[in-house]
Design a protein around this ligand. Structure first.
Ligand code: PMP
Ligand code: GLU
Length: 394
């Protein structure tokens, strides 16, 4: 018998595992072994899912809603999502234009597989969420990164698009509020971006998963709401993970042109079918919840953001731009070395877990999540400052 040579599919063989998930696993392992780790790596709210949402899931089990649902999600959930889009985002999607998936991650993955053909280009502003380029690889398409700077608020402009878009450009991925930078695009900033995409026939995937977590403004603009033409070219993605502390329930959703969404549905037919029926019932309840719960969570996150920012304010070796949304402080550690090495040392030496942003297209930067208690934020920033002092003394 000959030796079995392992030949992995060429679209899959270069895929890199998720840094966020790997570090989270490492933190859990250290904690299980009794280490007092401050977790600034978490990409999820530390709050518990609200009781009323849990109750809706329990009721669904008791009512026997434990069977397959339509692949795209139950009619009730899609109607509830359509109503949410209308109320919060001024987006007029019909339930037939919505597909519910196993998390917004799954929604984005589906859309990229459906729209991006081999060798077509997907524009990704950098820094970006770690999973986008890997999803593009899986489609056999090409990521084209648009660099941004702290000075420009880590945002792209139409000039950037003119520079980086070409005749192979198919999609632009926009993520506002952004993971990892926390930046939020205003309506004024989105308008010329929308105009460019319409003129150049570029689809926009608008990842709005952190929509409810914005701090210094009440205004939130969905790019798809800026006119009929951009609405046609935008697939809007959202989910319940971040706004309702429901990361484990795995419900995300996408809405767009009927023809595109029909392919998303067909693709999902053969992958996962519907997302869990019980989680869908819980998501209906989440989206009908009064806004007070979200407001309370957001106010708490704002306090924590300010506490973390204040804790690291006077450290001359590092800098940050105050995030307007999401729950990450995106810090420039480049004066101290490479981010992967720094994050490893901080974890080893003072037991603070953080995400090095090399795989977010931001070498030299480290993402510190403030989705943890005020007490842990104070403890963690104290440890980081102490660690930096020790480095300076060496
Ligand atoms: N987009 C961004 C920017 C994220 O940070 C995440 C992380 N959870 C997701 C999408 C996916 O969220 P989920 O799959 O939990 O809905
Ligand atoms: N999106 C979160 C993060 O960036 C959760 C982990 C993940 O799915 O990547 O940390």
């Amino acid at each position: 018998m000959g030796t079995l040579t392992l030949c992995i599919n060429r679209r899959i063989k270069d895929i890199i595992g998720s840094t966020t998930l790997a570090i989270t696993a490492k933190v859990n392992e250290l904690k299980a072994n009794g280490h007092d780790v401050v977790n600034f790596a978490a990409g999820e709210p530390d709050f518990d899912t609200p009781k009323s949402i849990k109750a809706a899931a329990i009721a669904a089990i008791e009512k026997g809603l434990t069977k397959y649902t339509p692949t795209s999600g139950t009619q009730e959930l899609r109607e509830t999502i359509a109503a949410k889009f209308k109320k919060d985002n001024q987006l007029g999607y019909k339930p037939s234009q919505i597909v519910v998936s196993c998390g917004a991650k799954h929604s984005i993955f589906n859309i990229i597989q459906v729209l991006a053909d081999e060798d077509e280009e997907v524009l990704i502003p950098a820094p970006y969420w770690v999973s986008y380029p890997e999803m593009v690889k899986a489609a056999g398409a090409i990521s084209k990164f648009i660099p941004t700077t702290a000075k420009a608020g880590f945002k792209i402009t139409p000039e950037d698009l003119r520079r980086y878009a070409g005749n192979k450009t198919k999609i632009l991925i926009l993520n506002s509020p952004s993971n990892p930078t926390g930046m939020v695009y205003s309506r004024k900033e989105l308008e010329p971006i929308a105009e460019f995409c319409v003129k150049n026939n570029i689809f926009v995937i608008s990842d709005e998963i952190y929509e409810k977590l914005i701090y210094d403004t009440q205004e939130y603009t969905s790019i798809g709401a800026l006119g009929k033409d951009i609405f046609e070219r935008t697939i809007t993605v959202n989910g319940v993970s971040k706004a309702y502390a429901m990361t484990g329930w795995r419900i995300g959703y996408a809405a767009g042109r009927e023809d595109v969404m029909e392919y998303v549905k067909k693709f999902q037919d053969h992958a996962t079918s519907n997302p869990a029926s019980i989680s869908q019932a819980a998501a209906v309840q989440a989206l009908k919840e009064p806004e007070d719960g979200i407001r309370a969570m957001r106010d708490e996150f704002r306090k924590r953001r300010d506490l973390m920012a204040a804790g690291l304010k006077d450290v001359s070796q590092i800098s940050y731009v105050l995030p307007q949304g999401a729950f990450y402080l995106f810090c420039d550690f480049s004066k101290l070395g490479f981010s992967e090495q720094i994050a490893r040392q901080i974890l080893n030496d003072v037991k603070v877990a953080a995400i090095p942003c090399d795989s977010f297209g931001a070498p030299g930067f480290i993402r510190l999540s403030f989705a943890t208690s005020a007490e842990r934020i104070q403890e963690g920033t104290k440890r980081i400052k102490e660690w930096i002092r020790q480095q300076a003394a060496c």
